[in-house]
Every structure is written in structure tokens, then in C-alpha cells.
Design a protein around this ligand. Sequence first.
Ligand code: RNT
Ligand code: ZN
Length: 438
Amino acid sequence: MMDKGTPKFISNFSSMTNTETIRQVYELARKQYAALGVDSVAALAKLKEFEISLHCWQTDDVGGFETPDAALRGGGIEVTGNYPGKARNIAEMRGDLEKVMALLPGKQRLNLHAIYGEFGNRFVDRDQIEPAHFQGWIDWAAEQDIALDFNCTCFSHPRADSGFTLSSKDEKIRSFWVEHTRRCRTIGAEMGKQLGKTCIHNIWIPDGSKDVPVDRFTRRALLKQSLDEIFLDEYSKDFLKDSIESKLFGIGAESMTVGSHDFYLGYAVKNNKLICLDNGHFHPTEQVGDKISACLQFMDELMLHVTRPVRWDSDHVVTLNDDVVLIAQEIIRSNAYDRVHMGLDFFDASINRIGAYVIGTRAAQQAMLYALLEPLDRLKAYEDEGKNFERLALLELMKSKPFGAVWDYFCMQEGVPVGEEYIAEVQAYEKEVLNRRK
Ligand code: RNT
Ligand code: ZN
């Protein structure tokens, strides 16, 4: 089992850090927050328990290990860059993820895609995959004391080349993807069962059309039919929960996406599923943060894919930006800490991939901390009294409160590098591990 309290770092960061200073600065910060009625000790306790599901696909640029030279192809998503050191096999991928988790405070889960099974040296097609292909991952997750989430992979495959999978009009193709996704749910349920922690299985498909279609209706009817078939198999919610992920458009599918937000929202509400909101999958002026309280009126739980779209669904590394902060604030303000599951979804091959994970995950955690440190009672009181100047003033003032001091203290408590110390850790791993991969 991984113990975050016993850091296993290559460089000796603790000597560089004045732990006493961090403690003192935190103590001053704690008092400032307390003066506003904010309990920073309680905030850190909550942050420590908030699980973030790490997407496995940043390790290898969404390639997977079905064949030795597998790479992302098509599906309307793109990985750009050729920074050295990507994981070439599952052993390297696990090593990378262990390193990432050792550099992160708090709790993580791992979000796997179906293309990351252990298929030995033979090709196992998507409609043939079984729990046995993921037993190694389940065992590894148990050793790491983390839960697993899972995804069917309905792209990077000849049967997805037409641009349609679960909404294909070719019955052979459609039923192939139905079979794949059914098997993925079986695998997810097995993960949840063995690990004793519910697995969320997410369905995202690339289906859409480049130019204006005339028959959107049949496509969506086919997708609905496929989902109905997929969800015929019932699993205990203790083992498996299902989410469905919408999208506005993808490259090569600019004019229509079959699985749009309206489509999946309707499906999820009617069929008691989770919706997965990816903040790269909406019009740039729409805010996923705003959607949380709307969706939660009609469903028990939500899944998130936190990412950073730059002009389009570019899946840049998550940073602590307004979009991510609003998402976190809306989780806390809606008292939905237990109802919203946060996963990450970015893939940048132009920078050190381990560093990308650490930056992105820490940013998401920092957003949560920022939200947890909000003087919510006072802000709500202002709002209820119509004191909108006061509300805006306090929101602005919170931006210059000593949030960083609380964050640093949290990292120190968790036994992970504080502040910029993680840069040296990532550099050392690059030198000693990543650069040896040719
Ligand atoms: C694609 C979706 C989807 C994928 C992963 C790899 O636009 O965001 O979630 O990124 O399944
Ligand atoms: Zn996504």
C-alpha cells in the first residue's frame, strides 16, 4: 500500500524547505480565514478525502497497448507534440503513475480505457475483451489502495473509421460496439467488486458528421437503441455506476455530434444514469460550473472531465483558471461534495508528461481548496439581503487571502513536495527514467 506519509523522493527536498516557516505562515493564514468564519482545518480534512480520478491516457498520448505501436487515430481528438519519454508498455505506465501519485497530496483513483488491457502478445479485438485482461490492473490498484474507473474505447479502430460507432447504420458495426461496451461494463463491475469501491464506467463516442446531415433523427434513435441494449445488463451500484459524456463537436465532426448534451441529459434523467460533463465539450461561453446545480436537480450524481480547452477541445493541461475554480465552487456551494465525481481529461505530448499530471491534478485540488475556503455563510447572507456590492467585494477580497499558505501546509502535512520543489522531482525522474526510454 502506498503511504503518502513516507515520501520516497529521489532528491532530498525536505532539507530545502523550512518546515517551521511553512507552519508559521499557515498559522497566520488560518487566523485570517477564521476571522471570516472559515475553518481551514476542516477545509483541509475535506480536501484530503476528495478523490480525483487520474486519466491514465496522459502517460502515452492515448495510444494504448493493443499492438506494440498503437497510437491515437481519429475520433475527433488530437494529441500534439513529441516530447520524449512516453510510456511504451504497462510496466512503464504504472511506474509513471506511481511517481505521479507520490508527488500529489490527497487521494487519487485511476481512470483506465479499454485499450490499456494486458493482452499478452496476441491481438484481442474490442468485442473479445474480458475482466482477465484487467486483472493485473485490479491487483496493482489494490496494492496502491486506489479505486479504478473505466471507459469503453470506441475510437482508434477500423470499425470506427466511418465516423459512427454506437449510432452506425451498419448493424454489424453497431452491434460490435454494443458488445464492446457491454463487456466494458462487465469489466468495470469486476473492478468495483474486487476493490470494494464503485467503478464509474464512462461512455464517450466520437459519432458525428463533418457536414450538415439530413437525418439526425435516425442517428440519435440508433444511439438510444444501443444504450438501451448496453444497459440491459444490471450491476449493483456498489460495483458499477454509468456515466455518459456529451460533446459539442470534434475535428471532422463539426456539423453534428450524435451524443449531444441534450441527448445525454435526457437519456440520463430518464434512465437514472450519471452524465459526464467535460468542460472542453461546450460552447466557449458556456460554463460547466453553471451546469452542476442544474443537473443535480434531476440526477443523484455527476461525473466531470476537467480539462483546459484552448480555443477548442484541445485538452491542454489543467491550470487554476476561472473555469476550474467555478466548477469547484459550485460543487461546494451546492453541498455536492459527495455527489460530484471529478476526473481529469487532458493529454499534452509537448511537455514532460509526469509534470503535466502533477500540474493538472494539483490545479484541480487547489481549485477545490479555494472553494472550501470560501466564507459561504457570509456570502449567502449578503446575497439574500440583496447586498450585491458587498458580495462582489468579498469575492474579490478572497482572491488575495493567503490561500497559498494553506496549500503549502497541506502538501507538507501530506509528505509531498511543497511549492516549486516538485519541479526538481520531475526533472530527476526525467533524467533517471524517462530519458532512458528510446
Ligand atoms: C473526447 C472525450 C473523451 C476522451 C477520453 C480519452 O473528446 O473527452 O473523454 O478524451 O475518453
Ligand atoms: Zn472527456
